[in-house]
Design a binder for this molecule. Structure first.
Ligand code: BGC
Length: 502
């Protein structure tokens, strides 16, 4: 066997060996938030119940062919009617925090063009009150890919600067209604994924794109992706500005944004490949975080995109001063980054315009063991690396790991799904890697497992299961998996060792 392959096999082996190293609660600060994470569309159900209107995802999932297994989130985990049961699950785990998202179309069915929906406010107030009664801090996302469909139909949602006013209005309704009780707000979940998939490859609503990125009936991937991102960035800034000016002083919470992060490993140890990996990360997260924190798009992007990137007017720049209080990091996988500026390659649609090909394989070997989710590999080292990257680029602003989790295939038997040792290995190894970053000085203040429950996994419908509680979608029965028992033990202060042998 050639030397290269040998080294890679050794790296995989070492990865497993490191799993045996124990990890326990005491390796994290006492006031660290430990929780689980969900989002409205993926668990709530209650499609048009209680005056809720259609969201973009309600409309999208009802278009035949969009979702692989033909399902939708009309019922999902029916959390709307099971939230008390779900709360007991969290209490059982012993978590001190819960990350969830508010459905914009449940609270403001017509955006700022109609009334606030009292039934929507009541549901979230009930949920928040019940959480607090159990000592669980709500960690609330305002938009997790969702928007009332009316805003899409009226003016093209994220492509129109009017959305900034609508988002700010929605945010203020939430600060007013829930802000006395909510101390952690995120404006957006993964806007980098939302705009790339909505406007570059067209796989998410509103299904806009152009060739060669994807096949859509309308759109312009090279231009609209960046306009949509620009409006998200300024919507974030508008909401934060209002929070700071009118609410933060008396309510005393923190506000941030959550990014999807991948750790990019250079395909080869050469300057071009190292630059490609740095570029991939900039196009992925600095795209949003640099403007929000430093007021300009990252140089790595402007050098390549030039005038394709929209400009921030002096007024926008003023708004951007609102900044943020924390960075939310969703992290699942690492990938190899291959340079396509100086060497020819076949770019896939998701690589964007950074001229970097992101691939999971090198010389026939995966970057880490595969999981049930395509392109999600078991690569715990990525957690430490991405946290250190964010720490260095953004002066160690407070960070929360807002998502980290492992997918099982929905076609496995219930018994296999419940005995999810592979998930336990995954979570404990990533936590171990996170503790390394903290030991190196990273100001990380919390960690949330994706997800509390098996749920609707976007384009994959119910065919992937991320939950630490199994959900029987017919009876809505929740059953703890091994991973739930492990998390409970971990949070209870038990030392967890020898995971590799389990
Ligand atoms: C999203 C979740 C999703 C998870 C697993 C994240 O990108 O925020 O909504 O279910 O990854 O794919």
């Amino acid at each position: 066997m050639e030397m290269n392959k040998c080294m890679q096999l050794l790296a995989l082996l070492l990865c497993f060996v490191s799993l045996a190293s124990g990890i326990d609660r005491s390796q994290f600060p006492p006031d660290f938030l430990f929780g689980t994470s969900t989002s409205y569309y993926q668990i709530e159900g209650g499609y048009l119940e209680g005056n809720k209107s259609l969201s973009n995802w309600d409309v999208f999932t009802h278009i035949p062919g969009k979702i692989k297994d033909g399902t939708n989130g009309d019922v999902a985990d029916d959390h709307l009617h099971h939230y008390k049961v779900d709360l007991e699950l969290m209490h059982f785990l012993g978590v001190n925090s819960y990350r969830f998202s508010i459905s914009w179309s449940r609270v403001l069915p017509r955006g700022r063009f109609g009334d606030v929906n009292p039934q929507g406010i009541l549901f979230y107030n009930n949920l928040i009150d019940a959480l607090l009664l159990k000592g669980i801090q709500p960690f609330v996302t305002l938009s997790h890919y969702d928007i009332p469909q009316e805003l899409e139909d009226r003016y093209g949602a994220w492509l129109n600067s009017q959305i900034q006013e609508d988002f700010a209005y929605f945010a203020e309704v939430c600060f007013k209604a829930f802000g006395e009780k909510v101390k952690y707000w995120s404006t957006f979940n993964e806007p980098n994924v939302m705009v790339r998939k909505g406007y570059q490859d067209g796989m998410y609503p509103p299904s806009r794109c152009s060739e060669p990125y994807g096949h859509c009936s309308d759109g312009n991937s090279d231009i609209e992706t960046y306009i949509a991102a620009h409006n998200v960035i300024l919507s974030h800034a508008s909401a934060v500005e209002i929070y700071r000016r009118k609410y933060q002083g008396k309510q005393g919470g923190l506000i941030g944004i959550v990014m999807s992060t991948t750790w990019y490993v250079p395909y080869a140890d050469t300057p071009n490949e190292r630059a490609a990996a740095a570029r991939a990360t900039a196009f992925d997260i600095a795209w949003f975080l640099d403007p929000i924190i430093y007021g300009t798009y990252p140089p790595e992007m402007s050098q390549i995109l030039g005038s394709k990137l929209p400009n921030f007017s002096p007024r926008d720049k003023q708004k951007l001063k609102a900044n943020l209080d924390f960075i939310g990091i969703n992290h699942y996988t690492s990938m190899y980054a291959k340079d396509c500026l100086f060497s020819a390659c076949n770019l896939g649609p998701f690589e964007g315009n950074g001229s970097v090909l992101s691939i999971g394989y090198r010389n026939g070997l995966p970057i880490g063991p595969m999981t049930a989710m395509p392109d999600f590999y078991f690569t715990p080292f990525g957690m430490e690396n991405i946290v250190l990257y964010v720490m260095e680029r953004y002066n160690n602003l407070p960070m929360f790991i807002t998502e980290n989790g492992f997918a099982s295939s929905g076609s496995s038997s219930t018994e296999e799904l419940l005995n999810d040792h592979d998930r336990v290995k995954f979570l404990s190894s990533y936590l171990y890697s996170l503790s390394n970053a903290i030991n190196k000085g990273a100001d990380v203040r919390g960690y949330f497992i994706w997800s509390l429950l098996d749920n609707f996994e976007w384009l994959y419908g119910y065919s992937k299961r991320f939950g630490i509680f199994h959900v029987d979608y017919i009876t809505q029965k929740r059953t703890p998996k091994q991973s739930a028992m492990w998390y409970k033990d971990f949070l209870g202060g038990h030392k967890i060792t020898s995971l590799a042998s389990s």
